[in-house]
Design a protein around this ligand. Structure first.
Ligand SMILES: [Zn+2]
Length: 302
């Protein structure tokens, strides 16, 4: 029996976009866009919130020689140190291609953001006032945008992660600028707490892309929560420790440890990649040796 070309080579027409089944990434992208819209409405339409008037009155006012507010300034150093450790771990992972281009860009933005945080936060604490706080907050946005980008990349999709990071890089400085103009700190608070809520949400759903950096988000959120508690208890911690160290100084040190889960993730993907490369090389060497033996045997028989 002869089969006609029409039955064998019938062209399969692709479904129109509205009839295609929604993928997991697409559904989550829509959900993420909805949450972002709600946060934007809350930031723009919510009641005006003023920053506490005593915000700049930190517990530890001690100077060391020429250095005012010494502990609050020096305690920013761990941000820079973690930034250096992070860049080292990132370069190792990139060298063996253990991390995607987008993942590497986000991790690079995060560790670069830690350096910026160290610089602007130290500068702010030399002379704490509103003008310095504008730079302090704007500096934090880089690392925060990168963390949100990494979380969304793993939980949703690469383009969602990139879009979210870009949105935070724009909305972060805008919210700080809005506060400096109007005194309303709500948009900044929504960005910060809404962002952490998003990371929390991303942490507890099954990853859509398991190969993106496996950061332990639960640990990162615990570190952030501890840093916030120390910030709130600035004066209380200063008294509890017999005026040795304040809550705000400890907050800087604890917050810098947010880099730890990201560094661990980079070390983990580097190890996995190095092991799989070694296995592949061993298998290839085995195949080559077997081929050589076979050729020698065939020549011997001839
Ligand atoms: Zn500070």
């Amino acid at each position: 029996m002869q089969t006609t070309p029409t039955t064998l080579h019938r062209r399969v027409e692709p479904l129109p976009w509205h009839a295609r089944p929604a993928t997991l990434a697409w559904r989550r992208e829509c959900a993420l866009a909805g949450v972002l819209l709600l946060l934007l409405v809350a930031a723009l339409m919510g009641p005006s919130v003023a920053q506490p008037s005593h915000y700049h009155d930190f517990a530890d006012q001690r100077s060391w020689g020429w250095l005012p507010h010494a502990m609050d300034v020096i305690s920013n150093l761990p941000f820079a140190l973690w930034g250096m450790v992070g860049v080292w771990a990132l370069l190792r992972a990139v060298r063996v291609r253990a991390v995607s281009g987008a993942g590497a860009a986000m991790a690079g933005l995060f560790f670069g953001g830690l350096w910026v945080t160290a610089a602007v936060s130290a500068a702010y604490h030399l002379q704490p006032d509103d003008a310095g706080l504008v730079w302090d907050r704007a500096g934090m946005v880089l690392a925060f945008a990168a963390l949100l980008g990494l979380a969304a990349m793993r939980a949703v999709s690469t383009r969602a992660g990139l879009a979210l990071a870009a949105a935070v890089l724009v909305m972060g400085p805008l919210s700080v600028h809005a506060w400096s103009l109007t005194g309303n700190v709500l948009p900044w608070a929504v960005l910060q707490f809404g962002g952490m809520a998003l990371i929390l949400g991303c942490a507890f759903i099954r990853p859509a892309q398991a190969r993106v950096l496996p950061v332990r988000w639960g640990l990162l959120i615990a570190i952030y929560a501890l840093a916030k508690l120390l910030e709130l208890g600035d004066h209380a911690v200063y008294e509890w420790t017999g005026q040795l160290v304040s809550g705000h100084s400890l907050k800087h040190v604890v917050a810098s440890f947010a880099a730890w889960p990201v560094v661990c993730a980079l070390l983990a993907v580097h190890k996995t990649k190095a092991e799989s490369t070694a296995l592949f090389t061993r298998a290839q060497a085995g195949r080559l040796a077997k081929a050589r033996r076979t050729t020698t045997e065939m020549r011997g028989q001839a």
